[in-house]
Design a protein around this ligand. Structure first.
Ligand code: HEC
Length: 144
C-alpha cells in the first residue's frame, strides 16, 4: 500500500494545478489539458484504491486505455517549446527531447500492458505503483 500512497500524492499534487487559470499560451493549455485528462483517469483508479469509490474492473480498464491514448498524444502536444508563466514544464524537455518522448512512450506502454489485467481490488495497488512510477520518472526531470 506504500506505493499507492505515493501515487495518490502525485495525483493530489496534480489536481492542485488543475485550474489552468490565467494560462494564455494555447499550446501550453492544450498540453496541460492532456495531462489533466491523464490525472483524472488516475483519480478514477486512485479513488477505488482508497475505498472512496466502489471497485469496478471495467472502469479501471477503460481508464487505463484512456491513459495509454492520452500518453500517446504527449510528444505531439509538447513538440512546440511553448512557454507560459503558469507552465510547470522545464526547458530541459526540448534539450533532451528523445528521452522525454521515451518517458511518454513508457507511460503509454505500461498503461496499455495493464489495461484488461484488472479483475480484483487487489490489482489496484500494483497498477497504481507501476503506472505511477512512469509519471514520477518524467515529472522528476521535466516538471517543476
Ligand atoms: C513524458 C513526461 C510525462 C509523463 C510520462 C507524465 N507527465 Fe504529467 N506532466 C508532464 C509535464 C512536463 C507537465 C507540466 C506541463 C506544463 O505545465 O506545461 C505535467 C503536468 C501534469 C499535471 C498537471 C496538469 C495541469 O493541469 O497543469 C498532471 C495532473 C499530471 N501531469 C499527471 C500525470 C500522471 C497521472 C501521469 C502518469 C500516468 C503523468 N502525468 C505522466 C510530463 C509528464
Amino acid at each position: 500500500m506504500k506505493k499507492t500512497a505515493i501515487v495518490l500524492s502525485i495525483i493530489a499534487t496534480g489536481s492542485a494545478a488543475l485550474a489552468h487559470g490565467g494560462v494564455k499560451n494555447r499550446d501550453v493549455l492544450a498540453r496541460m489539458e492532456v495531462m489533466s485528462a491523464i490525472g483524472q483517469q488516475m483519480k478514477v483508479i486512485g479513488s477505488m484504491a482508497k475505498g472512496e469509490a466502489d471497485f469496478d474492473a471495467d472502469a479501471v480498464n477503460a481508464a487505463l486505455i484512456e491513459i495509454a491514448a492520452q500518453s500517446a498524444q504527449v510528444p505531439a502536444m509538447f513538440e512546440t517549446p511553448a512557454t507560459d508563466p503558469k507552465s510547470e514544464a522545464l526547458p530541459v524537455i526540448w534539450e533532451q527531447w528523445d528521452r522525454f518522448t521515451e518517458d511518454a512512450r513508457e507511460a503509454e506502454t505500461v498503461a496499455e500492458r495493464l489495461a484488461g489485467s484488472v479483475s480484483d481490488p487487489s490489482d489496484l495497488g500494483p497498477v497504481l505503483g507501476q503506472l505511477g512510477a512512469t509519471c514520477k520518472a518524467c515529472h522528476a526531470t521535466y516538471r517543476e
